[in-house]
Every structure is written in structure tokens, then in C-alpha cells.
Design a protein around this ligand. Sequence first.
Ligand SMILES: Nc1ncnc2c1ncn2[C@@H]1O[C@H](COP(=O)(O)OP(=O)(O)OP(=O)(O)O)[C@@H](O)[C@H]1O
Length: 330
Amino acid sequence: MLNIEYRRKPPMSYFSLRHISKSYETQTALHDFSLELEKGEMIAIVGESGSGKSTLLRIAAGLMTQSSGEVLLNGQKIENPAEKLVPGYDEIKLIYQDYQLFPNSTVEENILRPLLLFDPAYRKKQLDRLLRQLGLEAYRQRLPRQLSGGQQQKVAIAQALAVEPEVLLLDEPFSHLDAIQKRKLLQELKELLQEMGTTVIFVTHELDDALRLTDSVLILQKGKLVQRGNSQSLCEHPKTRYVARLFSSINSLPGVDHAYLRPADVKLRTKGGLLGHVVDQRFLVHYNSLFVRLKDSGLLWEVDDPQRRFTAGDRVYLHWDEEKVLRLKS
Ligand SMILES: Nc1ncnc2c1ncn2[C@@H]1O[C@H](COP(=O)(O)OP(=O)(O)OP(=O)(O)O)[C@@H](O)[C@H]1O
């Protein structure tokens, strides 16, 4: 009997968001969102602007009061601002898009701020380790304004990691960086966080950024979890048009409701198939991307031309394998 009761209990995970909902005065930002993370697990949440990502992270950090649901860390309830005098926890750190460094404090002083009450030997050890791990040793005496955006971002990350949080919540913190800087920082951060065994939730609207940190992705749309999976499963079996479009544009099949084709799944011929005219072309690394106006429907399709055979003004016939058609309702 005891054994059956035990098995019925949900498995205990390290960081749990259970049935979280949040309504602002005029709208609901999160609907019954649940997520269970193991210690050291990294997950990315991808969603468009306004899908509720920041709201979710603020609730997860204990910095915003949810309308319903609960957050648990290692079995302990995370209290929200309505329940806790000083909101937030050292164990759960949130890094925002607009991180704020102290402008008149050096890099060293900024990183040491959260450690003011700690033992001096520990403070020095943490500071030296973070400066080394984040490649900031040469900048320790500089003020934030004397650093590039990427270096400032690293200082903000070092500051958040100084207290060795168990959980790190990243709210699109790389949006100020250019693509090359961002890729490099994401790779460095991934290695560092894996080494530290930190549990991470990274929210972003860029799937590419998400996949650089983790292959475990969750898709949020209008405050609801719509799909969870790795890049292959999301790409091959998207549940919504939004999920499908995170990977490539999609072409609507003329005369068939809710049926779409990816540009890479359309084959190009000189005769036989759906007739169209190439109206534009772009040279990309592995193929030319063509814009083709379909003759009968007038739809504009984007298709890949891996052999770079067609150019603007050409007639082209399009066909595809039926199994490549994506059926997407919303
Ligand atoms: N303080 C607030 N009062 C009322 N509505 C709010 C408030 N904060 C957010 N919202 C609304 O809740 C929804 C979710 O907002 P949230 O900031 O969580 O989305 P997001 O996915 O983080 O967006 P972005 O990527 O643009 O930062 C949005 O529609 C937003 O307008």
C-alpha cells in the first residue's frame, strides 16, 4: 500500500514551476505554465515579444507575485514579494536585458558587491576565479563606460555568478551584442555553467541563440507552453506555424488549408509541376534563395536552389514529396 502511494507522487525535481498563472489588470500573461528541471539542467524558452517570458522569469526568481501556482527549489517553496520582506534569493539569480552595473565602480568592485558580507578570502577567491573564467583579468580596474557592450555583459554575468547561485535565469541578456560576440559569449558561458553545474533557464526570441546554449527547448506562445523538444523534433514536427517559422520561412500550399512547405523541401524543375516565375534571388552560403511567383494562385514562394540554376526572370516548375507537407493549424 505504502509503495503504491509513493509511486503516485510526482517525481521530485530540483527546480519546479507548478501551474503558474499571472494576470495583469488588462490581460493574462501566463496560463498554467509548468516546468520541472533537474539539478544542472539547462533549458531555453523561446517566444516572441509579449509571450510572457520576462514575467515567467521574474516569478521564478521570487521577484514577482504570481496569480496562482508555486515555485519550488529543492523542495522549498520560493516566496514571492507578497510573502517575503526582501524579495529574491541568492540561490536564484536573474540577469536582465538591461543589466545595470554601478557606473562609478570598477569591474572588480562591481563583481564584489554581492559578496560584501562574505569572508575576505572567499571574496578574493571568487573574484579571481570569475575574472579568469570570463576573460576579464585585463579590465579589473576599468569603469563600465571604459568597456565594450560584451565586456560589460560579462561583468554583469560575473556579478550574478559571484554568489554561486544554484539557478541562473537569463532574460535575453545578449540583445546588445553583435552576432559574432554573442555566439562567442554563449559558447564560453555554456562551458562555464556546465563546469559549475548551474541550473539554467535562458529566455530568448532567437532560436539560434537558444540552441547555442542547449538542445532542450520549450516554446511559449501567448503565455502558454505549446511545445517542448530538441531542435530536430521541433524542426521536423512543429505544432504551430510559429514553431515552424523559427527554423525557416514556410510556403502556403495553394488551395489547401493549413498546409505548408519549407523552402528546402521544394524541388525545382524545368518542366512538370506547379509553374512559377523567379522574381528575385539571393546568394547564400549553401544555395541561392529564390522568390517565385506562382502562376495560377499568385502566391509568392521562397524556395532553395542548391545548384544555383535559376535566376530572376526564369520560368520554374515546382514539386515536392507529399510527406514533406507540414499541417499546421495555428
Ligand atoms: N506590468 C504590466 N502590466 C500590464 N501588462 C503587462 C505588464 N508587464 C507585462 N505585461 C504584458 O504581459 C505580456 C507578457 O509580457 P512579458 O514582458 O512577460 O513578455 P516577454 O515575452 O518577456 O516580452 P519581450 O520579449 O518583449 O520582453 C505582454 O503582453 C505585456 O504587455
